[in-house]
Design a protein around this ligand. Structure first.
Ligand code: GZL
Length: 322
């Protein structure tokens, strides 16, 4: 009897050890490698987005190959081709502009490497070229700014002259934030866009364009509609140099709700900031793991955002993460 029990115990122990070895082997599952092409480092928003992507990859144990395109589409295309050659598991990128992506996305598809879009969208007929798009609804952001303007000027007959500082030409945020404003202008003819030019989402660009607007239109401008905080801050510098009080003589509407935007609202120089969250890293890494595991991922993952008028800026700033 005792021999049989010893044999049974021995079998049990060796089975358990085999299973443990097997588990530890599967636990060493092959590390995921993600190739990420970033637009550049043009704004505070972009810097915060890069920090979010890099820290989330580290936290997720994902091997990140990161490329900064310096806001040039050809650099992003080159980076994506390099990721394909390196046979990464997944490619993700924030497309600097909406068009011109079919060829390289077809190369990724032919190489059976799934592609995830973050932040900005692409304009392609074949939406199978990417698995999902994670980011803001820029058209809704523009509509939120438009609704704020309608409320702010509801008792004023007009005309309300708007000078628009557009983001990067051809980019999804610039196209859609403009479209959101146009819906308001179409609904209420008292709003007139008297000037519109791209400042390429940079502080220097915003300042340069606003200097020209101030020279040409001066006190005719009632509203500056800046597609991001960096351009709004540049425009503020230009207005002050031209003897215009931003936030008082001119209503300033901005997007992103970065720390710089909040500080300008507290100083009374930006009147409203429409939030656009750069903190996309965790959602991206979760989607990457799901894609590699063969799980279903929604075609569109929209980030939750809100609007901050200047009167809530001081109480809100301490809780802001970027
Ligand atoms: C929006 C993002 C834009 C920001 C800018 O999601 O693509 O690009 O609004 C940034 O600050 O440069």
């Amino acid at each position: 009897m005792r021999l049989i029990s010893r044999l049974a115990l021995g079998t049990l122990v060796s089975t358990a050890m085999t299973f443990a070895a097997g588990t530890s082997a599967s636990a060493q599952e092959k590390q995921i490698t993600l190739g990420f092409s970033q637009v550049g480092a043009e704004s505070a928003w972009r810097t915060a987005n890069t920090v979010s992507v890099k820290s989330a990859a580290k936290d997720a144990g994902i091997n990140l190959k990161f490329s900064d395109a310096q806001q040039k589409q050809e650099n992003q295309i080159r980076a994506i081709r390099s990721f394909i050659a390196q046979k990464v598991n997944v490619i993700a990128f924030s497309p600097v502009v909406e068009s011109g992506w079919e060829p390289v996305l077809n190369e990724a598809k032919a190489a059976h490497i799934p592609v995830i879009l973050t932040d900005r969208a692409v304009d392609v007929k074949d939406t199978s070229l990417y698995v999902t798009m994670i980011g803001s609804d820029f058209l809704e952001e523009g509509r939120r700014a438009g609704r704020w303007l309608e409320e702010r000027y509801k008792n004023e007959p007009g005309p309300i002259n708007i000078a628009e500082l557009q983001g990067t030409v051809g980019s999804a945020p610039a196209n859609d934030r403009h479209a959101g404003l146009m819906e308001v202008v179409k609904n209420d003819p008292k709003f007139k866009i008297i000037a519109s030019q791209s400042g390429d989402f940079t502080l220097a660009g915003g300042k340069q364009v606003m200097e020209a607007f101030a020279k040409t239109y001066g006190k005719q401008i009632n509203v500056v509609y800046a597609h991001n905080d960096d351009m709004a801050l540049g425009a503020i510098q230009a207005m002050e140099e031209a003897g215009i009080k931003p936030g008082k003589d001119v209503t300033v509407v901005s997007f992103d709700a970065t720390k710089g935007g909040f500080e300008a609202m507290i100083a009374g120089k930006i009147n409203v900031d429409v939030e656009c969250s750069p903190l996309l890293g965790p959602q991206l890494m979760s989607a990457v793991k799901d894609v590699v595991a063969g799980k279903q991922v929604p075609k569109r993952i929209v980030t939750n955002e809100t609007v901050f008028p200047m009167n809530v800026a001081a109480q809100t700033l301490p809780s802001r993460k970027y």
